[in-house]
Write a protein that binds this ligand. Structure first.
Ligand SMILES: Nc1nc2c(ncn2[C@@H]2O[C@H](COP(=O)(O)OP(=O)(O)OP(=O)(O)O)[C@@H](O)[C@H]2O)c(=O)[nH]1
Ligand SMILES: Nc1nc2c(ncn2[C@@H]2O[C@H](COP(=O)(O)OP(=O)(O)OP(=O)(O)O)[C@@H](O)[C@H]2O)c(=O)[nH]1
Ligand SMILES: [Mg+2]
Ligand SMILES: [Mg+2]
Lengths: 276, 293
């Protein structure tokens, strides 16, 4: 136990560093967290417990409230975005399954009109889940596909529309402009849309995850983050840096490739898994 | 930038005598941060910094460059060395009947896309390639490879109804021999290195097919876990080289150093875009600049 008013020991700091850096929290965020913990110990805000348990408490606190999607609007439109290969299309299948089980009428929009077999991939998910899907021609304007889907969602009384988009590196200005256009256009189709914009991040991503979140968030306002592939050895620690810097909450995590490998985000479970 | 940060750290130094242990320790603290920020593995950074430290001790302070620049030069040269040395490492593809290249890796790393890129690259070098879709799990995986094959006019062999990957692979070998394809590119399903059943599938493919070249396809934005992934694929399947993808983004790509240092196999190609021509050979000194930049 830490004696009142003392600093964290050299060993404590090295242990915390290794855990946080090893989890992809990043060296700068890690240094900040260690500094804050040191201050808290010096000021007597923390008077006991080992380094790991005070770290656990701090990280859980840091992550704040998870995002729980609140299907208020009708149709409630969710835009799913992120860089290439993170798990957007698969996650949409899982999300659709979740909403359908909650008794919602769900529509999907195959907004990736670029990548080979992207719409076909989403179509398989639509069929598995038992929901309708709107798709366009290959190379058609994704904004047009999503606009049509939004109009249909409104006209045909759907509760939720989930729009898939093509993976895009945040460094590609023209692709980020395309995304801004999608947001403008869907807002014209349905007032207040998109009601949620979710960034999908791969749990194995390192520091680039923060740049991704920053650029996507400044281009189109994110309402939540989904971390996929947490069934692997990646810890997704960059989500902590993202939460600290941008304040965007985490909504859910992907824990596999099957339809129900989808878990509401729990800061406690997530931090415990990171620290073991 | 690292150079500026190091110059700041060494403002008071003049170009005389040797770099002191303290100079080096201060400089290396900045280098360590830069390497970790670039996603180089924590343990790899530790041993890298230690070896640079040993090399830097006693180096004479050079008159023509600042101490900060001098430390960077030592670090840069060592990085280039670790990444494979000057120049490009060429891929060895012995003739077999047919030669078999297999792509493996985590989900979403870019395997399917790079199968097509490799097919184009090989054809430019007078091979007659065909691609084989061995991913029987992901929705529309075979279709994805087929569409790419159509785009580049390379034949694609896809699994039949309920056919296993091994059976499809064997059938593609027979087809290659019959139709004169001299190289087959096998695209496998993405998998976690800790998924025992999926890793056993790969072990069996490797054992039965004896591919001449197994590439681990790795996303350049992969963080600290790259080492665990690389080691496990190398241990269970055997890796001949890496393809580092999505380098057209701004990920520093430190995973490259971690993989090369820990697995000891070369990075042979990098992916620089979504189109089928976006593949280049790997240049260690360009990568070193990127990691340190
Ligand atoms: N293990 C694991 N694999 C996942 C998870 N989520 C998605 N995947 C896999 O990751 C790969 C990529 O998933 P996609 O849904 O195609 O990813 P995407 O972001 O839509 O990809 P692009 O549209 O090409 O940018 C697939 O093989 C999925 O099965 C997860 O939570 N765990
Ligand atoms: N910008 C960029 N995108 C890439 C690159 N390589 C692949 N991609 C994209 O990354 C995403 C995933 O590529 P895939 O080829 O489907 O990846 P995979 O490893 O086959 O995925 P699984 O089969 O699900 O494991 C797609 O959107 C590709 O277009 C690259 O070098 N640069
Ligand atoms: Mg997709
Ligand atoms: Mg694939």
């Amino acid at each position: 136990a830490l004696p009142f008013g003392k600093k964290l020991t050299r060993e404590d700091i090295e242990l915390v560093e290794e855990i946080l850096i090893g989890a992809d929290v990043g060296v700068i965020t890690t240094e900040e967290i260690i500094e804050e913990l040191n201050e808290a110990v010096k000021n007597g805000e923390i008077t006991g417990g080992d380094a790991i348990s005070i770290l656990e408490e701090r990280l859980i606190d840091e992550l704040g409230e998870p995002l729980r999607i609140d299907v208020r609007a009708k149709p409630h439109i969710i835009l799913v975005v992120g860089v290439n290969g993170t798990g957007k299309t698969t996650t949409i299948g899982k999300l659709a399954h979740r909403f359908k089980n909650d008794g919602k009428k769900v529509l999907l929009a195959a907004g990736d009109t670029f990548r080979a077999a992207a719409s076909e991939q989403l179509a398989v998910w639509a069929e598995r889940v038992g929901v309708d899907m709107v798709m366009g021609q290959h190379s058609s304007d994704p904004a047009a596909v999503i606009f049509d889907a939004a109009k249909k969602a409104g006209a045909k009384d759907y509760d939720v529309l989930i729009a898939d988009t093509a993976g895009r590196l945040h460094t590609k200005k023209n692709l980020m402009e395309e995304l801004k256009k999608i947001v403008r256009v869907v807002g014209k189709a349905v007032e207040g849309a998109p009601h949620d914009t979710l960034l999908v991040i791969d749990a194995t991503t390192g520091q680039n995850g923060l740049a991704q979140a920053e650029v996507f968030h400044s281009a189109i306002k994110l309402t939540g983050i989904i971390i996929t592939k947490l069934d692997g050895t990646g810890k997704g620690g960059i989500a902590i840096a993202i939460r600290r810097k941008l304040g965007v909450p985490i909504c859910a995590i992907g824990t596999g490739e099957k339809i129900d490998d989808f878990v509401d985000f729990s800061p406690q479970d997530y931090v415990k898994a990171m620290l073991e | 930038q690292l150079t500026e940060r190091l110059n700041q750290a060494f403002k008071s130094l003049t170009g005389r005598g040797k770099l002191s242990e303290k100079n080096i320790a201060d400089g290396l603290r900045e280098v360590r941060r830069a390497l970790l920020e670039a996603d180089v593995n924590f343990k790899v950074v530790k041993s890298f910094i230690e070896s640079v430290q040993q090399e830097a001790v006693g180096e004479k302070v050079m008159k023509s460059i600042t101490p900060g620049q001098q430390i960077i030069k030592i670090v840069h040269d060592k990085l280039v060395d670790l990444l494979g040395g000057r120049g490009v490492q060429s891929i060895k593809l012995p003739k077999a009947n047919p030669t078999i290249v297999m792509l493996v890796g985590l989900q979403g790393s870019g395997k399917t896309t790079h199968a097509a890129k490799l097919a184009v690259w090989l054809r430019e070098r007078k091979w007659n390639p065909a691609m084989v879709a061995l991913d029987v799990y992901r929705p529309a995986a075979a279709q994805q490879l087929q569409i790419l094959g159509n785009q580049i006019s390379v034949p694609v062999i896809v699994p039949q109804m309920l056919e296993t990957p091994l059976s499809c692979a064997n059938r593609s070998i027979a087809e290659a021999q019959m139709k004169g394809y001299d190289i087959l590119i096998l695209d496998t399903a993405g998998r976690l290195q800790i998924d025992d059943e999926m890793m056993r599938e790969l072990e069996e493919l490797q054992l039965r097919l004896r591919p001449q070249c197994v590439f681990l396809v790795v996303d350049a934005m992969t963080g600290q876990t790259a080492v665990e992934v690389g080691q496990e694929f190398a241990r269970r399947v055997g890796i001949d080289g890496f393809i580092l993808t999505k380098l057209d983004g701004d990920a520093k790509g430190g995973a490259a150093l971690s993989l090369r240092a820990v697995v000891g196999k070369p990075i042979l190609f990098i992916g620089t875009g979504e189109k089928t021509d976006a593949i280049e050979p790997f240049y260690p000194d360009r990568m070193a600049n990127r990691i340190l930049g």
